[in-house]
Ligand binder design. Structure first.
Ligand code: GLN
Length: 382
């Protein structure tokens, strides 16, 4: 048995969702919308399923989707991408992460991650023989400093992994922090794998700034997006990689032996969806922002202290700030048992054995009725 997996449990999302199902708890843990997103995109998938070929799609992605991705990012983020050279379609962003790590680093290379970080990163790096170098961030800003980067970077640094908007912290990387990170990455010629799956779920009129928008990172940056979050269809698992041609062809070599290609009816539907007008996406974000407000107001009224939520489906509760003297995991256990609400402790996004992070993550991509029920129940856990 490979020791990387032998030492791991089941993901916190699966564990909490199973416990919620078992106990009948409200599942505000795993991040997924209560109702399926974009009906017109689902209809396009249904139509493609019946009317078009269901045989292998091209390995790097259907031409129509490659073009739609390049066009979408050109229009929404000002990127200039050649669909044939700078884009690769993967079976979800997680496959894109795997393809990046497997094809861009070698055993012994160091990869810097910012803790708390999405749970898939460290096992992928370790399985590829890489060494995970963690930079610990703290609430409420969750920003890295120059001193932290100076300590983390070394001769062996080959890659940095970032997430913006961030899951679980919800923060966007500010322009000046991008510039600081770019300075280190250029000096060390380190790739920047940027998980931007939440790029469209950004609140309060903020603008997402991704790795390919950062001067100097054009040839080092790997931008990863996902249809699941763009269209609130998290089960679809259609991911996009955008990067310099050299990196895309290298990652395609990993992708061809991971999943080879991605279901064609989903690719057709995503290509259609990416062409929808901006107003359609704005509408979705506005609805999510209203949910965030309802959720925040309800929690604060019950005495919970929440941290800023700049994007994603999540709002985090600061436990000590709320007068709760429990670690995240103990609070999560109590919330499940006594209040019937499943939440995710941020410790699940940190290396075991480190300092505990007394924050829990809750998903608000739910109906008003569910959110109100959640607030009512959580008062018991206080
Ligand atoms: N991205 C989702 C979350 O953060 C979980 C995905 C999964 O369950 N693997 O909740």
């Amino acid at each position: 048995l490979n020791p990387v997996y032998a030492g791991l449990g089941t993901t916190i999302f699966t564990t909490m969702s199973a416990m919620a199902a078992e106990t009948g708890a409200l599942n505000l843990g795993q991040g997924f919308p209560e109702t399926d997103g974009f009906p017109e995109v689902r209809e396009a998938a249904a139509k493609a399923l019946i009317d078009r070929s269901n045989q292998y799609a091209p390995m790097k992605g259907q031409a129509a989707l490659l073009e739609a991705v390049a066009e979408f990012y050109g229009r929404t983020q000002g990127l200039s991408l050649d669909p044939a050279r700078n884009v690769l379609i993967t079976s979800g962003a997680t496959e894109a992460l795997a393809a990046a790590v497997f094809s861009l680093i070698s055993p012994g290379d160091e990869v810097i991650v910012f803790e708390p970080h999405y749970d898939a990163y460290a096992p992928l790096i370790e399985r590829a023989g890489g060494v995970v170098v963690r930079v610990r961030l703290s609430p409420p800003d969750w920003r890295f400093t120059e001193a932290q980067l100076t300590e983390a970077f070394s001769r062996r640094t080959r890659m940095v992994m970032v997430t913006t908007p961030n899951n679980p912290t919800t923060r966007l990387i500010p322009t000046e922090d991008w510039a600081l990170l770019a300075r280190f990455c250029i000096e060390h010629q380190a790739y920047v794998v940027s998980d931007e799956v939440w790029e469209q779920v950004v609140f309060d009129g903020a603008t997402h700034k991704g790795v390919l928008n950062v001067p100097g990172l054009e040839t080092l940056g790997v931008k990863i997006g996902s249809a699941g979050k763009l269209f609130a269809l998290t089960g679809w698992k259609v991911g996009f990689v955008c990067a310099h041609e050299r990196l895309v062809s290298q990652m395609a070599k990993a992708h061809q032996f991971l999943t080879f290609s991605t279901p064609p009816m989903l690719q057709s539907a995503v290509a259609f969806g990416l062409g929808l007008p901006k107003s359609r996406f704005v509408e979705e974000v506005a609805a999510l922002q209203r949910s965030r407000e309802r959720w925040r107001a309800g929690l604060e009224a019950e005495g919970f202290r929440t941290l800023p939520s700049e994007g994603t489906y999540f709002l985090n509760i600061d436990l000590p700030g709320s007068g709760i003297a429990l670690e995240g995991e103990s609070f999560a256990r109590r919330a499940l048992k006594e209040a019937g609400v499943a939440v995710i402790p941020l410790d699940a996004f940190c290396a075991p054995g480190g300092d505990s992070l007394p924050v829990v993550r809750l998903c608000f991509a739910k109906s008003d009725a569910t959110l109100d029920r959640g607030i009512e129940r959580l008062t018991v856990a206080r």
